[in-house]
Write a protein that binds this ligand. Structure first.
Ligand SMILES: Cc1ncc(COP(=O)(O)O)c(C=O)c1O
Length: 312
């Protein structure tokens, strides 16, 4: 597919209709990025788009990136490579398992070459020494960081929101902070942004996000807050309360949520509404950042515990 023809389609916005929300007098709408670009859904298209263009400009025919075994970013990079004609290499944390999980099966099926490295080596992935080792092994490549966050990802994410923005508050999940940084750039100091980190101790992300926007346009924004209480024990951790919430949410609104990012985001948002955090009449736009490919792997991991997330 031709990169020059890549364009952002307008995502669907779905308002949640529920007597409980009506009586709370908070309007919640969902920006359904999960419905866009099958295989590159959610925030992934936005994070990758300008990187793919840059790789092509630099004449690179191979994309190399890093991730855990269930990584949405690995999945999306593999899909992007196949779609846009790049070779792809995924440096995966940990030993190669006997049977690949659904994420890695998909990546391999797209043509991604998987290279498993020990957790210790993986920690050194950003070092000059490790980069040299990768270059010797794989030759020339365009390198994307773990999670795909860099300056060009921030640029892509600064195109996520609809304009004009007829909402008071925007909510999004946070991993590395790249998506939130792009949203801040797009908002340019207007409105309010709430970020819900998917990992424990997410307070450090203020520094990361401020650095990302500073690197992008030399601005630090203050119109945002991180809500750090809804990590459920840490990154990719979940409990039955979260799974029940996700399944109930799907049954009510027909919107599937992944357990790593968006399940926690909506759980947190609803909890804040219950605590009357938002003034009456607030219009909230919540970004569904995708990640639904992870549900199959989650269900496989928890099969023995009879925990299952509805996939839609
Ligand atoms: C589905 C999903 N939602 C949210 C995020 C968080 O994005 P970021 O790492 O840019 O903060 C990620 C990670 O990229 C993700 O895969």
């Amino acid at each position: 597919m031709c990169l020059a023809k890549m364009r952002n389609a307008a995502p669907v916005i779905q308002q949640l209709d529920n007597p409980w929300l009506t009586s709370a007098r908070v309007q919640v709408s969902v920006l359904r990025l999960d419905l866009m670009y099958p295989k590159l859904s959610g925030n992934k298209w936005y994070k990758l788009k300008y990187n793919l263009q840059q790789a092509r400009t630099e004449g690179k025919s191979t994309l190399l990136t890093f991730g855990g075994a269930y990584s949405n970013h690995i999945y999306a990079t593999a899909a992007a490579g196949k779609l846009y004609g790049f070779n792809t290499i995924g440096i995966i944390r940990g030993e190669r398992p006997l049977a690949l999980n659904p994420t890695l099966q998909f990546a391999e099926a797209q043509g991604m070459q998987l290279q498993f490295v020990s957790r210790e080596d993986y920690r050194a992935k950003a070092s000059a020494f490790f980069t040299e080792y990768l270059q010797q092994k794989f030759g020339s490549f365009y390198q994307l960081p773990e999670g795909g966050t860099n300056r060009l990802a921030v640029k892509g994410c600064s195109e996520i929101l609809p304009t004009p923005l007829e909402y008071d508050i925007v909510c999004s999940s946070v991993g590395t902070g790249g998506t939130l940084a792009g949203l801040l750039v797009q908002l340019a100091g207007k409105k309010q942004l709430l970020g819900f980190p998917a990992l424990k101790g997410g307070h450090f992300l203020y520094d990361e996000i401020n650095q990302l926007t500073t690197d992008y346009n030399n601005q630090k924004y203050t119109n945002y807050q991180l809500i750090t209480d809804y990590h459920f024990g840490g990154y990719a951790k979940a409990n039955t309360e979260l799974v029940d919430f996700i399944n109930d949410f799907y049954q009510k609104y027909r919107i599937p949520l992944d357990p790593v990012y968006n399940g926690k985001l909506f759980y947190g948002l609803f909890d804040l509404i219950r605590q009357e955090y938002f003034p009456s009449g607030t219009r909230v736009l919540t970004i569904h950042t995708g990640g639904l490919q992870g549900i199959a792997g989650f269900n496989e991991r928890y099969r023995n515990k009879k925990v299952r997330i509805l996939e839609g």
